[in-house]
Write a protein that binds this ligand. Structure first.
Ligand SMILES: Nc1ncnc2c1ncn2[C@@H]1O[C@H](COP(=O)(O)OP(=O)(O)OP(=O)(O)O)[C@@H](O)[C@H]1O
Ligand SMILES: [Mg+2]
Length: 244
């Protein structure tokens, strides 16, 4: 975990959160506080409610009841403007790599000269220096995901949400993205990331939220959750992850 003084810690929390559809409870989280002392990984099997929770934290879904707060204040437009999200399948414009980044920077009112130097920095950060003029749609899966992360970083977010950003990538492409995520975290970007990969959790997580069937079954320091899980669900998930 990064060594942060307490007053710099930004708490993202949910209280009495509930989402139901057609009489079925999909998500029920009485209390959860994410302190942002390094990457938070949300782990759990398919259908556990990981993406729903992430979307609630980003304000993309309004829960049926309960609330999401940042630093004790209901999530508002300013908080959301300081958040960015990367989805499992990269969402890119049908334009060149650099135009995808320029689009985001322009909306922040940056001058052409500043945008140009920021694009160069971002391309270097994502190892896409040689790809600036290439059509974003012709990038490989790993390159496209790196560009999606760069676009999110171009927003200069306080919080970056990632929903299984490496699930369809090979180990090399996954490693490049994990390095980008760790660098962003070390620069002070709060990372909240969904994964179902125990190895990835060991490599990245400061804390782990373990989910099952719409509930948070465990939340704690990564080492503690992975090496000495207290819930049966987490024990089973960690054991399964070690077998595969
Ligand atoms: N709009 C919706 N209407 C009905 N059910 C939904 C809706 N959105 C999600 N669900 C259900 O809620 C449950 C949790 O979904 P969620 O997408 O959060 O799972 P997940 O943990 O992200 O799974 P995965 O690992 O497969 O991505 C699933 O059973 C899903 O079918
Ligand atoms: Mg999901």
């Amino acid at each position: 975990m990064r060594d942060l003084v307490p007053e710099m810690v930004k708490c993202l929390s949910v209280h009495s959160l509930q989402i139901s559809r057609k009489g079925k409870t999909l998500l029920q989280v009485p209390e959860l506080s994410l302190m942002g002392l390094g990457p938070t990984l949300i782990l759990g099997p398919n259908g556990a409610g990981k993406s729903l929770l992430l979307r609630c934290l980003h304000g993309l879904i309004v829960p049926d009841s309960g609330r999401v707060q940042q630093d004790g204040i209901a999530l508002n437009a300013y908080h959301k403007s300081r958040q960015a999200m990367v989805f499992q399948r990269p969402v890119l414009l049908r334009r060149s790599v650099s135009a995808n980044l320029d689009f985001v920077l322009k909306r922040q009112g940056m001058s052409r000269a500043i945008r140009k130097s920021r694009i160069d920095e971002l391309l270097a950060e994502g190892g896409l220096e040689g790809k600036a003029r290439q059509s974003a749609r012709s990038l490989s899966g790993g390159e496209a995901q790196r560009l999606a992360i760069l676009r999110a970083l171009a927003l200069d977010p306080e919080t970056l949400f990632l929903d299984e950003p490496t699930s369809s990538l090979d180990p090399g492409a996954t490693q490049m993205i994990e390095r980008m995520i760790l660098r962003a975290s070390n620069r002070g970007v709060r990372i909240v990331m969904v994964s179902h990969d125990i190895g990835q959790a060991r490599r990245l997580a400061a804390d782990i939220v373990m989910m099952q069937a719409g509930h948070v079954v465990e939340h704690g320091a990564a080492k503690q959750v992975l090496d000495a899980p207290t819930s049966d669900a987490a024990r089973r998930f960690v054991a399964g992850g070690l077998v595969t």
